[in-house]
Structure formats: C-alpha cells, structure tokens
Write a protein that binds this ligand. Structure first.
Ligand code: ARG
Length: 387
C-alpha cells in the first residue's frame, strides 16, 4: 500500500479524506498540526484512528509558528490589502514543512490536504511542499472526489461510520490559530449583510467592551515585542496575553472583501487582537526611530511581503532576501509604545526610544527652538529647481 501523510484537522472534509484515501488503496498517516487552534487533540487523534488512519502524529508547532513566521511578518509590517493580518496564510507553510518531514520519516510517497480547489490554502500547501521536496506526490481529495455538496459528504460520512460532530454543525467555515480567526460562508457570503455577533470568538463586541480604557505599554527590542507593562513574556505568552486584553476591549476585528489568488473576490471576517495591537505599536515605534527614506521604502516592501505570504511564496528566494533587509532595518527598532485600548480602538498615546530621531529643539515653536529658519529659503529654491 502506498503511504500518504494527510494534514488532518478533525473536521468533516479531512475525516472523509481518510476513508476516501484508504478506499483508493492508501495507507493513511494522519498529521495534526497544533498552531494554537485550541482543539481537543486527543479526541481528534482518536477520531483519526477510528476513521482508518494507521498512525497519528500531533505536532506542537506553536512556538516556532510565533517566532519564525508571525514575528518576521510583524517586523515586515505585512498586512494583505491593508486589512488582513495573514493568520491563516502564515500557518500553511509551517504545517507543510512538518508534513514533508513526516513523509520523509515514514518513507511516504505522497502527502494530502483537505483544501478546496477555490481557495488560497491549496496553493500555499502545495507550493511550499514542492519547494521542499518536488518528488512527493500531492493528493487533494476535495478537489477530485465525487461529492457535489456538503450534504452528500455527510451522507458518505454516515454510510462509512465516520465520527463527525453533526451537533455543532456550523454554517461557517472557520480557521483558527494563535494569531487569529478567519470566518467565511453562510450568511457572510452576502457582502451587504452585517456579520452576526455570534461568529466572533476572540473578541467581545466593542459595544459591550469596558467603559474605561485599558492602557498598556509594549516594549520592543530590535523589532520584536518583549515586554508588556515592564514584564518580560516569551513570544508565545505575549501573544496570548495581548489576545486576552485586546479581545476584552473589542480590538482586532476586520470585515474584508479580498482578492484571492485564484481570481475571485471573497468576503471574510477576521479577528486578530494581539496582531492588531502589535502592528499598531510596531509601526508607531518605527515612525519614531527610522529615517524618512527607510520608513517609506519599507512600506513598499511591506506590501510585497504581504502578497508573498498570501500567495504561498514563503519558501522562495525573494521572501528570504526581504527578511534579511527587514532584519537590518530593525536594528534601531527598540523602545516602548504606550497604547490605549478602548471599545474596539487601539490608539498609541506615548512613545520613547534610545534611538528616537525626534528632536524637540528642532520641532518646537517655543523658546528652545534651534532650527535656523533662514536656511529654508535656499533649500526650497534648490529643491524646486528641477521642475
Ligand atoms: N481568506 C483567508 C486566506 O486566504 C482565510 C482562508 C481560510 N478561511 C476559512 N474560513 N476557512 O488566508
């Protein structure tokens, strides 16, 4: 029997995929990646075995995910189309990397995933896997199997005695990890409809958030967040903490119409409290410490970086080169940002850094002014000369 490593979530699609792959003559190894989705992994593991997997791997990828995927993206300031913090997109390359490793360990000849043929995730999984090992065959059951609708799939699951959660059958498609939630389908497919409050899991409604603002201070070292209110946190713990305070204050929701890689526009709702706070704080610190041209140049790179993450190009040469450039820009990004969280807003209210380029004696209109205004006349004449 040909061995295949399936990226398994425990949901309907990947559960049916185990059975479907077995029926097609495969020995199926289920691989569950823990990227902070908070699922009951022992339950999912049992389900995989009951459904016919010969072996199950549960890999805790949380730490590496935060340190090597989320942090670099934060330093890059990468946000897709100005709104999406890329939580789902970032998880795919790390999931694929470990999938390829398990395939090697198990001498498997193929890997499989449960993505549809309309989404971005299939691209991210497959491009990453092929960059890491082009000899592995890739199987995408959902793209090719015979079920036309979800109901047909549920019938198949029932016929084959696949344990599924019909009770908590949600009309939404949800992807979750430590960095954020992505929610689509159901009523959200009508872009005119306001998202119902019940879909949100990481954030309270801004309308129900505390009437008093929460102030927090975040300290960065070379672009990486290290402390909250003077207390050191590991990157993973820091993210969890900010998800909690941000979520309480209703910070980090986004309702987005986005351009997918496969050519269509889709509507998705996102929650990313910690990511939102960190991007705002990091950007505020860069405003203080980076010279004008570096700052402006970096903004164009941020957009490119976001596109590359979204397009599944994490393991490519250009993405790695951008990381080097960005790391260099972060040498000065050390300092503290004070923020006010209030009813869905995250507002920087104070900033300080040993590398600050702000000079009060140059900026002031008061007595301390040392700016020689007479010099401006010549500067302006020469500045405008080419035109
Ligand atoms: N649109 C997002 C992306 O392409 C999220 C995709 C997964 N969303 C979901 N609800 N299952 O990264």
């Amino acid at each position: 029997m040909k061995k295949v490593v399936l990226a398994y979530s425990g949901g309907l699609d990947t559960s049916c995929a185990i059975k479907w792959l077995k029926d097609k003559g495969h020995d199926v190894i289920a691989y569950i990646a823990d990227v902070g989705q908070g699922d009951d992994f022992s339950k999912i593991k049992t389900r995989a075995l009951k459904t016919g997997a010969s072996k199950v791997y549960v890999e805790d990828l949380k730490r590496e995910f935060v340190e090597n995927y989320i942090c670099p993206t934060l330093k890059a300031g990468a946000i897709y189309e100005g709104k999406y913090l890329l939580a789902t997109a970032l998880s795919r390359p790390i999931i694929a990397k470990y999938q390829v490793q398990i395939a090697h360990k198990e001498n498997a000849t193929a890997i499989a995933h449960g993505c549809t043929g309309k989404g971005n995730d299939q691209v991210r999984f497959e491009v990453t896997a092929r960059l890491l090992d082009p000899s592995l065959k890739i199987i995408a059951p959902v793209r090719v199997w015979e079920f036309k609708t979800r109901d047909e799939e549920i019938d198949y699951a029932k016929k084959k005695h696949i344990p599924i959660d019909v009770t908590k059958k949600s009309p939404y498609s949800i992807d979750k990890n430590i960095y954020g939630m992505s929610i689509e389908c159901g009523i959200l497919e009508d872009p005119w409809v306001e998202p119902p409050e019940e879909i949100y899991q990481m954030t309270h409604s801004p309308m129900k958030a505390p009437d008093k603002p929460t102030y927090i201070e975040i300290e960065f070292e070379k672009g990486a967040p290290k402390k909250i209110n003077g207390k050191f946190f590991s990157p993973l713990a820091l993210l969890a903490k900010l998800n909690e305070v941000g979520g309480k204050n209703g910070v980090g929701r986004a309702d987005v119409i986005e351009n997918r890689l496969v050519g269509i526009k889709s509507r998705e709702i996102y929650e990313a409290p910690a990511g939102t706070i960190l991007h705002i704080a990091h950007q505020e610190l860069e405003a203080l410490v980076l010279d004008r041209e570096t700052l402006h140049y970096k903004q164009s790179i941020a957009q490119k970086y976001a596109e590359m993450v979204y397009y599944g190009l994490w393991e490519t040469p250009l993405k790695k080169q951008l990381d080097c450039h960005i790391a260099k820009t972060q040498e000065r990004v050390t300092g503290t940002i004070r923020l006010k969280l209030y009813k869905g807003n995250c507002i920087p209210v104070g900033r300080k850094s040993p590398f600050s380029l702000y000079r009060e004696e140059l900026a002031t209109y008061g007595k301390k002014d040392v700016f020689d205004q007479k010099l401006a006349e010549g500067f302006i004449k020469i500045w405008g000369m080419p035109y």
